[in-house]
Design a protein around this ligand. Sequence first.
Ligand code: NAD
Ligand code: ZN
Length: 362
Amino acid sequence: MAAFILNSYMIKISLNFGSKNYDINIGKGILQKRIFDKSIRYAIITDSNVRKLCGESLQNLLKKQGADVAMLDFPAGEESKTRETKALLEDKLFEMNYDADSMIIALGGGVVGDIAGFVAATYLRGVSYMQIPTTLLAMVDSSIGGKVGINVDKGENVIGTFYQPKGVIIDIETLKTLPRKEMLNGLSEIIKCSMVRSYNFFEYLEKGIGRSDDNFYLYSIERCCRLKARIVELDEKELEFRKILNYGHIIGHAIEANEKYKISHGEAVAVGMAYEGLISFQLGLLKKEDLERQNALISRVGFPTRYEGDVSKLIEVMKHDKKRKDKKIHFVLPKTIGEVIEENGHVTLAVDETLVRECLNN
Ligand SMILES: NC(=O)c1ccc[n+]([C@@H]2O[C@H](COP(=O)([O-])OP(=O)(O)OC[C@H]3O[C@@H](n4cnc5c(N)ncnc54)[C@H](O)[C@@H]3O)[C@@H](O)[C@H]2O)c1
Ligand SMILES: [Zn+2]
């Protein structure tokens, strides 16, 4: 456990995909100490908030080191994750004659990571890019694993691809300016990560979740990155196993859609985990005490474990969810804290709509 964190302390996690290997570096204050390759032409892609908070200082650092670097930004927010933004960014890269040897730096939250990574994946048939996540959610989830994409009317992230970065740099110093609401979004994914993959980590969270000091974040980010790295190494393209990371998200997405995104992603996923855990309990899989421990942790973060809106609408949304394959609804279900049900190589279980409805009405 990281008990003695110095400013220069750096955790390194390697990802191995056969021919594509890269590192995730995690630490405090590591960004300003980074030596960039001055023979490369960089383009920092960021959003309007992050540009001012850490974009300009990163650009200055690169310039000081003698690198050629431009910064492109777009208005902050999920609404910017569109084809139009992607096209505008690509046009700017063309205007500045960025060639195939350039490197894109995705500096920001998940929105920036997804869109900048997608630009990198298709610009001149692919240029290299680096992820520098600045939200807790991006540090523990979206910057790891190479899923990139945009939203269209038909759905979120339905246009995209898998494109691994050359590296990920996680500097918790950038979290200093992150609003509490955004920190909570990350905490929800952290709990999810422990629920699907690590009992030890869950126990650590039970002891430390209110602490929120540097050591707590460094250790939690490291654990999530390690767990996610091992998951995506096994199933990069989400053919099956990687789906375990969708725990809490089937009901969570339905709540978000039903509330027209007035509820944060973290809260929706927290409530989603409470109900999906309950479904597992009702199926005789998850023990009652494990469900209660999960829900107690969720409550300690300050999230509800119940949905107060119209339950029948949630079922309607889930029936239209792209993950639905037949008359039943498919869920990733925990069988204990730190492990999900796996049956014949599948990590999702088809659950009768009636049972789902009963649980939601509980
Ligand atoms: N690719 C994946 O595997 C994956 C996984 C999960 C989520 N996602 C995507 O991630 C997105 C959500 O990411 P998010 O929650 O980071 O949202 P976000 O990128 O919109 O960031 C949230 C807000 O925080 C601001 N911000 C970012 N860093 C900051 C900082 N250090 N200080 C102050 N403000 C800061 C942003 O400007 C924005 O207003 C969604 O689009 C989702 O689809 C992708
Ligand atoms: Zn999520």
